[in-house]
Ligand binder design. Sequence first.
Ligand SMILES: [Zn+2]
Ligand SMILES: [Zn+2]
Length: 269
Amino acid sequence: MKLRVLVDNNTYIDQYYLGEPAVSYYLETDGLRILFDTGYSDIVLQNAEAMGIDLGGLTHIVLSHGHNDHTRGLRFLRERFHLSQVQLVAHPGCLRPKWMDGMDIGAPFGETEAAAAFDYRPQTGPYALSENCVFLGEIPALHDFEPRRCFGRTLDASGAEIGEFVTDDSALACRTGDGLFIVTGCSHSGICNIVDYARQVLGEDRVAGVIGGFHLFEADQRLRQTIGRLKALAPKVLYPCHCVSLRAKAEMLKALPVEEVGVGLAITL
Ligand SMILES: [Zn+2]
Ligand SMILES: [Zn+2]
């Protein structure tokens, strides 16, 4: 499995890629070419071009959840490439409208437009992209210390307005020789819930690594319990980024094999 960071909040010194507070990763595994999240703007196109990655040759686009820092780049991908053969994999709630304090924080278009432009595959449960790479679908609450929080408003399947608990939040898990490598967006459903659910779904206990937003900010009880659980799983490497504060990273670094993330980072397993 190969992964390249196309969009992240951070950029590295002397590497002139563009950054923004958003997520997009390019993965190659089992002969698939997967774009996981699309970033917020068109920098996903510019960075991919600078890295020599042809996004016109994708087999899959996987969306971690519907927030615009993960999905808005879809608009620019659709304008640039013909993607009707590309599977667009996401929870059905991902492309429903989402707003907070009157601000649109959702995807750039809904399910009808998605089905017109892509091979749209809404998935509530686990969906195998290949033998060793699985979109997890909705993440169950396995740990009490990771309760879901309300994050603005959305619509349910019938079109009724409801509080938004980001139940569309999901992740991708890839089986490698060293165990699972797990790719997350913002981990609104809890990073330990995601990792432990991935272990259940793929029937693999070992965790090779995790990259993505872990949604950790305060040095509080939740962070301590998260660190305790992750430590028990003995991952080889962790790449917490995007929505993880410096304080949270510093606490994690004391107990876990944490590495820095930036645009251009390449990981091979
Ligand atoms: Zn989010
Ligand atoms: Zn985010």
